[in-house]
Design a protein around this ligand. Structure first.
Ligand code: ADP
Ligand code: TRP
Length: 345
């Protein structure tokens, strides 16, 4: 049996922050050598909310470069741009036609984002999870490493795959995953505990997000040491002395200790002991140093990649070729099962 297939992606809606890195990309990097990986820049998702067309292509390239800078290894991973593989949009349409509308209306992220859009909610925003299901199912992914916020979308992906298999499957020709797994592979989420939900620096009850209007709420991967220092210095804390995990009345404390734990590569127990008697004045410089030490090498590598645009172009072209081959085969499988006639080979 071959290595398990992994697929994941990030939207090019702005630059990456520590939540994206710790919740998703770091896990892609750590586990990549045990699997066959496809990492996608999901630019079709980025247009589900109003976007700036002059920035889309640039942001897409920047995210692809950041994947590399964070340590994605092209010997076992393929990096590609979603909109360059037409099978994503095409499979999304087919899946739309088997997905009940009320499955989408239940999605928490849709409800949250729709509130922010007011009157201007697009059909695309509602349909976003079906496109995400297409992204995953096209690659026969076994695992999808994401942050906690994507759990519901992955459950929906599984439900859609099972429904297609149930409605159009003829047996178990793929041989995996038990009954009804004949057309689409049913994927498993891969959500790690530490870093799965990094909270905002200005409000421990909200997740760190690209779309938060305040830059002070997040540390971006490309922030300079001075910016990181300033953001941590000003971040929200509490007046209690002695730092602890898991106290529901101290969400900021839990978040900042959790960040320190993953950034300094320590166990939760070691951090709990180290910080048990600290005040914020003593802790903040430690967190700052750990964040800078993690991000500086990524930033240097990012600059090297940007200085050689030909390299990025070639990588994305190769990625497109490899991804297209896998995606097209799956799309053809679904189209055949649904009764479409394919053009003669
Ligand atoms: P954002 O929510 O900031 O726009 P994306 O939706 O593009 O980011 O998310 C890309 C990946 O990063 C997903 O796997 C998502 O689960 C993860 N992620 C996003 N925000 C966080 C966070 N605050 N903590 C942990 N993981 C996160
Ligand atoms: N919806 C994901 C997010 O907001 C991004 C995404 C789109 C994705 N397609 C995907 C993640 C496929 C994993 C796999 O973070």
């Amino acid at each position: 049996m071959g290595k398990p297939r992994v697929l994941s992606g990030v939207q090019p809606t702005g630059t990456l922050h520590l939540g994206n890195y710790l919740g998703a990309i770091r896990n892609w990097v750590d586990d990549q050598h045990d699997s066959d990986n496809f990492f996608c820049v999901v630019d079709l998702h980025a247009v589900t909310v109003p976007h700036d067309p002059t920035m889309l292509a640039e942001n897409t390239r920047a995210i692809a470069a950041l994947y590399l800078a964070c340590g994605i290894d092209l010997s076992c991973s393929t990096i590609f741009v979603q909109s360059q593989i037409s099978a994503h949009a095409e499979l999304a349409w087919l899946l739309n036609c088997v997905t009940p509308l009320n499955w989408l209306e239940r999605m928490i992220q849709f409800k949250e984002k729709a509130v922010k859009q007011g009157e201007n909610v697009s059909v695309g925003l509602l349909d976003y999870p079906v496109l995400m299901a297409a992204d995953i199912l096209l690659y026969d992914a076994d695992r999808v490493p994401v942050g906690e916020d994507q759990k519901q979308h992955l459950e929906l992906t599984r439900d859609i795959a099972l429904r297609v298999n149930h409605q159009f499957g003829a047996g178990d020709s793929l041989g995996k995953g038990g009954e009804g797994d004949s057309i689409l592979k049913v994927p498993d989420p891969a959500i790690r505990k530490a870093g799965a939900r990094v909270m905002s620096l200005t409000d421990g009850a909200n997740k760190m997000s690209k779309s938060d209007p305040s830059e002070m709420s997040r540390i971006e991967i490309l922030d300079s040491p001075d910016q990181i220092k300033k953001k941590i210095k000003r971040c929200k804390t509490d007046p209690v002395r002695g730092l602890e995990f898991d106290n529901p009345e101290r969400p900021e404390c839990n978040n900042l200790l959790g960040l320190y734990q993953v950034l300094s590569n320590q166990t939760k127990e070691a951090v709990a002991t180290e910080c048990a008697h600290m005040g914020w004045g003593q802790f903040k410089p430690l967190l700052t140093a750990a964040a800078i030490a993690t991000l500086e090498p990524i930033q240097h590598k990012y600059q090297d990649i940007l200085n050689d645009p030909g390299y990025l172009d070639t990588m994305l072209k190769d990625g497109q070729t490899k991804a297209n081959e896998v995606a097209q085969a799956t799309l053809n499988r679904v189209k055949t099962a649904m009764g479409f006639s394919l053009p003669a080979a």
